[in-house]
Design a protein around this ligand. Sequence first.
Ligand SMILES: [Zn+2]
Ligand SMILES: [Zn+2]
Length: 165
Amino acid sequence: MKALKAQRAVHERIEEAVEKLRARGVRMTPQRYAILAYMLKTRAHPTADEIYKALSPDFPSMSVATVYNNLKLFKEAGLVRELTFGDQASRFDGQVHEHYHAVCVVCGRIDDFEYTPLKFVEREAARLTGYTPLEHRMEIYGVCPNCQLKRATETSGDVHAAAGR
Ligand SMILES: [Zn+2]
Ligand SMILES: [Zn+2]
């Protein structure tokens, strides 16, 4: 029931996004629709390359450049956010509301979490620097549950190996 409701919400968001693009004069093509739907469904903050790999079986003529250009288009329309991490490939976020991220330093996975936006930090930044704050990003870096589990099993494996000696 809950999954069905979530599915319907995604469907509505896709329809809204299509309308928003149409209003900006962006023509909908099957490829563009597939990239848009993928972005609004995923929680994984993929790179353009990952999206390309996921969709290319269905769209053999699609290129990474097509994916990238569409993501730029969606970004300009305010439908996705681009997350840059130094010189690594940009990651794209289908959740455009204010939220924070936890980043795994082992596998690079990124998870969303909700927290009251830290507006007071922006106010402090304005007071201390004289800047007009526009937005801020915050990531918590750590080890994700999967990698914790992997580490735990590896460690217990070591224990068994040691005991067998
Ligand atoms: Zn991890
Ligand atoms: Zn996110």
